[in-house]
Design a protein around this ligand. Structure first.
Ligand SMILES: Cc1ncc(COP(=O)(O)O)c(C=O)c1O
Length: 424
């Protein structure tokens, strides 16, 4: 056993962790009566214990007040989405009027493209990363077709230029620069879902704008994971979900950012009554006067039950603070990297950039020896209560989440991989 794999070391690291108390605020799924080592916050974050009270509050109000619930109390449903506005803005580095919780990620992406993808004769192209998340690709491709444009000619997919499928900023700059004249929109991830690579969003926004394009971000894997300064990044829009690192529950209401420079835009949009300015909304007239800012893109009155857990989550993020979470995240993921380097290099290749500024908490690990071996290891881990997720053909994604994962969890992962290797 190498020193790096010492339980006492993991315990000392956990004892010194200023955020260690947060783990008790979550429901930890069990395996054989013991908490799993759950590394799948990149897919579905764990349930904050505080979520139930917020959901029950809504259920109780519905039971006892029915329609009056729209108008009573601080958490009245009429303005319920406003309860999450300030903490959300704080979390993503935006002004309150630039963010709104609504719909789902893909729906928001469509709404944003309706407004911010406006092809002209010269500019028709949308630039994305090759291997982008399928839903984003379907959304982009269907937007192109909806405008009568053939995706073969108008969808630019930038190929990764680095080993293991990551991107250098030079490759992104080159792709944007060489297509500058025909670019209408750059759509880029904050953290790439497959590789875990994090990007310099301000630089990508700068490059896109210099080319004369609009710039939007998919922050599904970035929000609650890496610090964001959306307003300062200058992005035109961003979309994200709240069920991964934001722990707001399966299918939670998603997030959307629209830069303040577009707050009163006259661009086309797909409208609904909840986007109408609340001062005129209930006149029920035919005219649409969008609420200035991100709220103006809302369609429907929000699903209050689905929004409720987000309040509990944001309250935790407010207490933990993003800088402290990021500091722990760097330590925790750094520890995982250290254990792999110390004893598992013959089993796992780290796909995610080694440069800490280019990643969040996730490490994507390619299993040496290919798919069959990879599946075997993945199943072995799961059978011992160590949960990552699998990405074809041969990658296991492991995301130590600073709110609830421990160094002991990380050591358990590494020890279980070693056990599997040694038994073969
Ligand atoms: C990067 C990325 N984009 C888009 C989506 C789709 O999200 P939704 O189902 O909430 O629309 C996901 C879902 O995991 C994702 O990871």
């Amino acid at each position: 056993m190498t020193d790096a794999f010492t339980p006492a070391d993991a315990q000392a690291r956990d004892a010194a962790d200023p955020l260690r108390g947060f783990r008790d605020e979550f429901h930890l799924p069990l395996h054989d009566g013991e908490p799993q080592a759950y590394f799948v916050g990149n897919s579905l974050g764990l349930q904050p214990k505080g979520a139930r009270a917020h959901v029950e509050e809504v259920l109780d109000k519905w039971a006892t007040q029915a329609v009056e619930g729209h108008f009573t109390g601080q958490a009245q449903w009429m303005t319920y989405h406003e309860l999450v506005r300030d903490p959300l803005a704080q979390l993503v580095g935006a002004q309150p009027s630039e963010v709104v919780a609504m719909n789902s990620l893909t729906a928001n992406l469509h709404l944003m493209m309706v407004s911010f993808y406006q092809p002209t004769i010269e500019r028709t192209a949308i630039l994305v990363e090759a291997g982008s998340f399928p839903s984003d690709r379907y959304a982009v491709e269907s937007q192109l077709r909806y405008r009568g444009l053939p995706p073969e000619l108008t969808l630019i997919e930038v190929e990764p230029d680095q080993p293991d499928g990551t991107f250098s900023m030079a490759a992104i700059a080159q792709a944007i620069g060489s297509n500058a004249k025909r670019l209408a929109l750059v759509l880029w991830p904050g953290v790439q879902y497959r590789t875990g690579q994090a990007f310099d969003l301000a630089e990508i926004a700068r490059l896109g704008h210099a080319a004369g394009a609009m710039v939007g971000f998919d922050l599904a894997h970035a929000v609650g994971n890496v610090p964001l300064r959306l307003h300062d990044s200058g992005a035109d829009f961003a979309v994200w979900c709240h069920y991964k690192y934001m722990n707001a529950g399966p299918g939670a209401v998603a997030g959307c950012f629209v830069h303040e420079r577009h707050a009163r835009t006259t661009r086309p949009r797909f409208a609904g009554w909840w986007g109408n300015d609340k001062h005129v909304r209930f006149r029920m007239g035919p005219e649409f006067e969008p609420t200035p800012g991100a709220d103006g893109w809302q369609l429907s009155n929000p699903p209050i039950l689905a929004l409720a857990p987000l309040r509990a989550s944001l309250e935790q993020f407010g207490r933990a603070t993003m800088p402290a979470l990021r500091a722990k995240s760097e330590r925790l993921t750094g520890y995982l990297e250290q254990l792999i380097d110390a004893g598992l290099r013959d089993v796992l290749d780290v796909v995610t950039p080694r440069d800490v500024s280019q990643r969040g908490c996730q490490l994507s690990l390619r299993v040496v020896g290919g798919r069959e071996r990879g599946r075997e290891l993945f199943d072995y881990l799961a059978s011992r209560g160590v949960l990552g997720d699998w990405r074809e053909p041969d990658v296991i994604r492991i995301s130590p989440v600073p709110l609830y994962n421990t160094h002991a969890d990380v050591l358990r992962f590494a020890t279980t991989v070693r056990e599997w290797r040694d038994a073969r």
